[in-house]
Design a protein around this ligand. Structure first.
Ligand code: NAP
Length: 331
């Protein structure tokens, strides 16, 4: 069968642009024993893919000439594998394709998406990898107590917004950091954050001192760079810093040096988070966050593009922070 797919043409220099990718055709053979043919319903665009394009991520590198890898929501068309029945919906490593022939290893790692997941794209967002990142980072690494002041960056994205809302539900005071007044208005209005600092227009250090005069007990860092530096200057004694993301560096910017004196002075603990370490708790996370979502206690939003050919542009927007919510492409 003839399909469409997107190939990385060259390693992006700085922020990715549409010309770093090309849309082309390919043909797939019928599945043999152990394989399944799926159609891709939605692609998940995630910041780690940019690191993979520079061979700097734990996952496999994406080299020029490769079809871009990544997860998507897929529906089984034809199956020669006992785990996947035709018609069922899964999250699978399908790559940026209209259809994919999944091998046995990919099928064994795929996750079923039941009819209770509504909309099913939540399995790529708050009920998927970003949700698990937020849940594990907050529940396992942040050591939160009611009354703590928690600061989270990239506050309106799927990881940041979920962290902030879990913290609010646990009785913390939540301060977001986000780029732009619209993102901040969503964080405080919809997601119920106590405050949100628009670092594009305000002095982050001044605003942190204003909103957290007694210091920051927990900082959930999704970005690294200057934002990490600024928040570390305002840590309370005994603070916990969860290092989750480095998007300020993904496009190639040099790491910003962090003064260890800030950590010593606050007797702070810094812990690195890798979501894959928590994968066995995916179901536990889905039960908890799923209940919050159904009860309307945890809000989410999606930044949706339409059509495979729009994927490079959508990814380029994500990597300069122009997405508003979980970046997805519906096919
Ligand atoms: N450690 C792990 O296992 C793990 C797992 C999943 C995700 N992550 C990381 O968690 C972070 C959030 O992921 P997400 O999926 O929720 O993404 P996201 O928030 O939807 O998108 C990334 C956001 O990062 C912000 N940003 C800050 N500095 C930026 C810069 N220099 N360039 C571009 N964007 C910048 C932008 O929001 P503002 O405009 O609001 O700043 C942008 O919208 C990412 O760094 C990701 O790599 C880590």
């Amino acid at each position: 069968m003839n399909i469409e797919q997107i190939t990385l043409v060259r390693t992006p220099q700085g922020a990715p642009i549409e010309d770093d990718f090309s849309v082309g055709g390919a043909s797939l053979s019928a599945p043999i024993k152990g394989q399944a043919l799926v159609r891709v319903l939605a692609l998940s665009l995630d910041p780690y893919l940019r690191s993979a394009m520079s061979s700097r991520h734990l996952s496999a590198a994406i080299a020029p000439g490769d079809v871009v890898s990544g997860e998507g929501l897929v529906q089984v068309l034809v199956s020669q594998h006992p785990r996947m029945a035709p018609g069922t919906i899964w999250v699978a490593a399908c790559g940026w394709r209209s259809h994919a022939l999944l091998d046995a290893t990919t099928i064994e790692q795929a996750r079923p998406v039941g009819p209770e997941v509504q909309p099913p794209t939540l399995a790529l967002g708050v009920l998927g990898m970003p949700g698990l990142t937020a849940w594990a980072g907050f529940k396992k690494l942040a050591d939160a107590r009611p009354g703590d002041t928690l600061v989270v960056s990239a506050a309106s994205g799927p990881v940041g917004a979920t962290v902030g809302q879990l913290a609010r539900l646990a009785g913390c005071r939540v301060i977001g950091i986000a780029g732009g007044s619209e993102k901040c208005a969503w964080a405080t209005g919809e997601a119920g954050f106590d405050a949100c600092i628009d670092y594009h227009v305000h002095d982050l250090r001044v605003e942190l001192r204003r909103h957290a005069p007694s210091g920051v007990d927990i900082y959930f860092d999704n970005v690294g760079g200057n934002v990490l530096m600024a928040v570390c200057e305002q840590l309370a004694v005994g603070a916990r810093v969860v290092l989750c993301g480095l998007i300020a560096q993904y496009n190639g910017s040099a790491p910003v040096p962090l003064n260890p004196a800030l950590i010593i002075r606050a007797r702070a603990t810094m812990r690195g988070l890798v979501v894959y370490d928590h994968w066995t708790q995916l179901a536990e996370m889905q039960v908890e966050i799923g209940a919050y979502v159904r009860a309307g206690q945890l809000r989410w939003r999606e930044d949706i593009s339409h059509g495979l050919s729009e994927t490079p542009a959508a990814f380029a927007r994500l990597m300069v922070g122009r997405n508003k919510g979980k970046a997805l492409v519906l096919l």
